[in-house]
Design a protein around this ligand. Structure first.
Ligand code: ZN
Length: 256
C-alpha cells in the first residue's frame, strides 16, 4: 500500500513537469544551430520551449509548436541579422539576459508584438506577428532593444525636457483618438510634426523607441533623414537621441 502511494506520487510529479520540460518532437537542426550561434555571438539566451513564469499575468501567449518551425527559423535569421547591427558596447550597456519567442501574444486582449521586462532583463517577441511585414518585425526588434537600453541605463531622466520639444498644444495620448489630418511639412509623415509613427504619440518613451528603431533600418533612416530637413521638431529629437546613445556607447556612431 505504501509503495502504491509512492508510485502514484512519482507519476504525478513527472506528469506535472512534462509539457514544459520535454520538446514534443526532435528539435529542428536549424533552430538549434541558430539559437546556439546567437547565444555564442551575443551572450543572449534564446528561450522558446520553456517560457519563464515571471511574465506579467495580463500578458497571454502560446509557445511555438512543431508546425511553427519554419517561421521560427525565419525569425531567428532575421533576429541574428538585426542583432549584428550593434557594437559590443551596446550589449554591455543593455545587459540583456534572454530573448523569449512566443506566438499569439496579447496584453489585455490587445495584440502585442514585443515587450521588455526590466527586472528579469528579458525581451519577449511574437515571432508570428507581422510575418507579411518583415520590416515591421525588424523595427520591432530595435524598438524593444531601445527600451531595454534606456531602462538599464537610467537614460529617461536625461530626456526630461523631451516633451517641451513637441509643437505647442501637443500632449501624448492614445494614437487611436487622433483626429485625421495631414502633416504640414512631410506628406507621408504622421499628422503632427516631430513624430515618425502614430504609435510614437502614445508617450515619450514610445516616441524615442520609434525614432531609434527607424534609425537602425537603412530604408527607414533615409525617410527620417529626409523628413528632418523640413521638420525642426523631429530634427531636434533625432539629434538629441543620437547624442545620448552615442554618449553611452561611442561605437554606435555611424550606425544610427
Ligand atoms: Zn514600446
Amino acid at each position: 500500500m505504501k509503495r502504491r502511494v509512492l508510485v502514484l506520487f512519482l507519476c504525478c510529479v513527472s506528469g506535472w513537469g512534462w509539457p514544459a520540460a520535454l520538446p514534443a518532437v526532435e528539435e529542428h537542426p536549424a533552430i538549434t544551430r541558430l539559437t546556439t550561434r546567437i547565444q555564442d555571438e551575443f551572450g543572449i539566451r534564446i528561450i522558446y520551449r520553456e517560457v519563464p513564469e515571471e511574465i506579467h499575468p495580463a500578458i497571454v501567449f502560446s509557445p511555438p509548436e512543431p508546425q511553427d518551425d519554419g517561421a521560427l527559423v525565419k525569425y531567428l535569421i532575421l533576429l541574428q541579422e538585426e542583432l549584428r547591427r550593434y557594437p559590443e558596447c551596446f550589449y554591455q550597456k543593455i545587459r540583456l539576459e534572454a530573448i523569449v519567442l512566443v506566438k499569439r501574444q496579447f496584453y489585455d486582449s490587445r495584440p502585442l508584438e514585443g515587450l521588455y521586462q526590466r527586472n528579469t532583463r528579458i525581451i519577449v517577441f511574437d515571432f508570428l506577428r507581422n510575418q507579411e511585414h518583415v520590416i515591421k518585425q525588424r523595427l520591432n526588434v530595435h524598438h524593444e532593444l531601445y527600451h531595454m537600453f534606456e531602462s538599464q541605463n537610467g537614460l529617461a531622466w536625461r530626456f526630461r525636457d523631451w516633451e517641451s520639444m513637441n509643437v505647442p498644444g501637443f500632449a501624448y495620448h492614445v494614437p487611436e483618438t487622433l483626429q485625421p489630418g495631414g502633416n504640414p511639412v512631410n506628406y507621408f509623415a504622421p499628422p503632427v510634426q516631430g513624430f515618425v509613427t502614430y504609435y510614437a504619440m502614445k508617450n515619450q518613451a514610445e516616441d524615442r523607441a520609434e525614432i531609434f528603431a527607424a534609425l537602425m533600418i537603412a530604408s527607414q533612416r533615409r525617410v527620417v533623414l529626409r523628413w528632418i530637413k523640413n521638420d525642426p521638431v523631429l530634427r531636434e529629437k533625432v539629434n538629441i537621441l543620437r547624442a545620448e546613445v552615442i554618449g553611452l556607447c561611442p561605437d554606435m556612431e555611424g550606425r544610427l
